[in-house]
Design a binder for this molecule. Sequence first.
Ligand code: HEC
Ligand code: HEC
Length: 396
Amino acid sequence: MRPGVAGLLLACLLAASVTIARAQAPVAFTEPEVRRILHYGPWPQPVLRDPSNRVSGNADAIALGGRLFYDRRLSGDGAMSCAACHLPDRGFTDGRDRAYGRAALDRNTPSVWNVGFARWFGWDGAADSLWRQSMKPILNPIELAADANHVAALLRSDQELSAHYAKAFGAVPDATSADETTLVNTGKAIAAYLETLVSRRTSFDDFRDALANDDRAAAARYPVAAQRGLKIFVGKGNCVFCHFGPTFTNGEFADVGMPYFAAKGGVDAGRHGGIKELLADRFNLLGPYNDDASGAAASKTRHVALQHRNFGEFKVPGLRNVALTAPYMHNGSLATLRDVVLHYSELDEERLHADGVRILRPLHLAPQEVDDLVAFLESLTERSPTAQTGKSHPPQ
Ligand code: HEC
Ligand code: HEC
């Protein structure tokens, strides 16, 4: 080998190692970035009792709700349970772009992990309580297609279910005129169960705590690609604006430029339709079934007002365990996390509503940055999810 070639090779090797060294360099976070990161924890957080649901946190209600969630007898024809779409093995989703049923629902099945922390329920927030949301699929003709009499009859006929019901609410009344109350109570028991579905800790949580404790050795165990992705997430990507707080959502609604033409034709008005449905709903928190005498729980509903900008807004999803719940978005139109990141990177501003605050801009990320953001989103996956196939998952 001629010396010149050897020198060139050496130079190339050195250059390559410098690049590698730079790629592996620990990521420096600014003070404001660290503060934002600390808001994502500590984790897990306790789920606060829901004052609108008097059996929130009640052990018998949780046991009853946990059984009903997996019980196909709850459906009108005995063929479908909640878990048919919210599969525990799939992060409580169904892996489909849009939910299946007797006829396809036109929305993606959201996960119910950490749903006890949410303020509104459904992609459009048409339900203002978890118990109201839990009643909806029971009655929906394209989901469980049952009615109050069917549910009350099931609870009367099954000894184990009646025993739990009796301890939580008192005996199931015989009069069918009382079946509506039994149905609402059933929704409250299922809600009490869903509140226990708090996801486990992730490698991100270890990193966040290491930052909080200034523990460099522990922080260094978090993959560098995920650190770089996190820096984009809380920095120039501005994802933190909406995906904020311990469950990575501000709990509200936004338009991120997803097309709202529904697959079956027509338009999905999102939050605009959700508000109309919520305000017309006699089971909302302004109605007689709210157990919160103080009126505080209903104040969010009292303050809802329909605005034009709500058109095409959807609920900001939490991102814990997001790697387990593909496909993504309210219509399941994005197959992978990479597709979601590319959506934000190449955002079509024409699709955003002009009267909203311009929070989103196309990020035009470099390929490496796309990989980094995906690595960060994947690091929000709890440890050993496959071990969680049991019927209930008590809070840690
Ligand atoms: C046919 C599939 C299917 C079945 C069965 C089903 N769900 Fe769902 N679930 C969905 C879809 C789709 C949505 C989104 C609905 C919307 O946006 O309005 C949803 C939304 C939810 C939400 C709101 C989650 C959030 O983050 O806002 C909860 C809670 C929920 N379902 C619980 C249940 C319970 C409890 C049952 C059984 C009584 C059930 N689901 C049965 C498909 C299903
Ligand atoms: C303006 C608020 C807002 C900002 C900023 C934002 N998001 Fe979102 N995000 C949403 C909303 C709303 C949805 C659901 C949209 C829909 O279904 O139409 C969503 C959906 C997602 C999903 C899919 C989750 C699922 O379960 O389907 C991921 C992943 C995600 N965002 C990551 C990000 C990342 C990464 C960034 C930064 C590059 C970001 N988001 C910035 C509001 C926002």
